[in-house]
Ligand binder design. Structure first.
Ligand code: CU
Length: 382
């Protein structure tokens, strides 16, 4: 298909037909331990939904927040969000695997993660006062792919899972992780972008001292930001990821891979001890079965009866690209072999070199330009 572009109209029709395929964060995995997320499509209908690490929302259709609502509370942690009743513990410097139940390929856009420190427990924090700082962002990676190869495409290629690293120097304490994709398939029209923020409560441990400055979520974006009002169906797009700059020292993303689940925990409630020892959530089951998921009260009957459907968590690392304007080479990825496999010559705007890159280094058109040690790209000759 080469550089053929799908028109916004066709894309809009396609999205209308696939509304049911929108997704949400089903679970997260920290050091092999899975914690259930908030399921907006089922929990609101349950008399006693489980206490989870994900914030509750009222978007039972897996919907989105439109740009006209970017200054409303809905943009904080999604529509009518309510603080999660529990949290998960994570060491500063560790990575969290955020697993969506599904995501439609047509809904291309950036993947962005923020943290905000809670003054006390995040379970009772005032969401309107949370000040978010950005800890990772991946936007348009390869414009030469049809309609571009985006952060959302990396998510999909990695089993609908996104890996984010908690900054190693972060001060210990309670934080809200705001994980988000912004679908841009209709963003060429005013109020056409779709934000899908979801929040998770974390208790970060460690001996760091950094608490980066942030902004309240209602000031993150405007409907006219170049990364919000943007036609992605053009060639040569230089995409600007919306929101504040990454915090100092952060790389745009860590290498994406999925995490095998070896245990399942319930969320820890405030005042409770670590989840691994709380009675309510005793670690159970799973026993390294990759397909195990997240029932809060994972019972020993598990496997056969638990929601075997949702995950497909595997430990096979993917080799997808993430962009790299990184200060810390050790945590950056690159690769792109998936996007370029099978090609002996790279196309215009495709990657043509960089550490860990295994794809073609010759450009079919233009010349191979080195932007940094991790990313070379075929660009039009001057
Ligand atoms: Cu949609």
């Amino acid at each position: 298909m080469g550089n053929m572009r799908i028109s916004p109209l066709i894309a809009a029709l396609a999205s209308a037909a696939t509304v049911a395929a929108h997704g949400h964060v089903d679970h997260i995995v920290i050091d092999g331990v899975s914690y259930q997320g908030y399921d907006p499509t089922s929990f609101p209908y349950q008399a006693n939904p489980p206490t989870v690490v994900g914030w509750a929302t009222a978007q039972t259709d897996n919907g989105f927040v439109e740009p006209n609502s970017f200054t409303s509370e809905d943009i904080i942690c999604h529509k009518s969000s309510v603080n999660a009743g529990g949290h998960a513990q994570v060491a500063a410097g560790s990575s969290i695997s955020i697993s969506w139940n599904t995501w439609p390929e047509s809904h291309k856009g950036p993947m962005i993660d923020y943290l905000a420190a809670c003054p006390g427990d995040c379970e009772t924090a005032d969401k309107t006062a949370l000040e978010f700082f950005k800890i990772d962002e991946v936007g348009l990676i390869d414009d030469s792919a049809t309609n571009g190869f985006w952060g959302s495409d990396v998510l999909i290629a990695n089993n609908n899972t996104w890996l984010v690293q908690i900054p190693a120097t972060l001060k210990a304490g309670n934080y809200v992780l705001r994980h988000e994709t912004i679908a841009l398939h209709s963003a060429g029209s005013t109020n056409g972008a779709q934000a899908y923020p979801q929040c998770i409560n974390l208790e970060v441990t460690g001996d760091g001292t950094d608490v980066p400055a942030g902004v309240v979520a209602t000031e993150l974006y405007t409907p006219e930001d170049p990364g919000i009002l943007v036609n992605i169906y053009t060639t040569g797009l230089a995409y600007t990821i919306p929101g504040p700059a990454l915090i100092a020292g952060a790389s745009s993303s860590v290498a994406q891979s999925s995490s095998a689940i070896t245990a399942t925990n319930a969320a820890t409630v405030p005042g409770g001890s670590a989840a691994t020892t709380t009675a309510a959530g005793t670690t159970t089951a799973a026993e390294t079965t990759a397909a195990t998921t997240t029932t809060a009260a994972a019972t020993t009957t598990a496997a056969a009866t638990s929601q075997v459907t949702s995950t497909a968590v595997v430990s096979t690392p993917t080799t997808l690209a993430t962009s790299t304007r990184a200060a810390t080479p050790t945590t950056t990825a690159v690769a792109t072999t998936a996007a370029t496999a099978g090609l002996s010559v790279q196309s215009l705007y495709g990657q043509c070199g960089g550490s860990n890159y295994a794809g073609p280094t010759a450009c079919a058109e233009g010349t191979c330009n080195s932007y940094n040690p991790y990313y070379y790209q075929c660009i039009a000759s001057a």
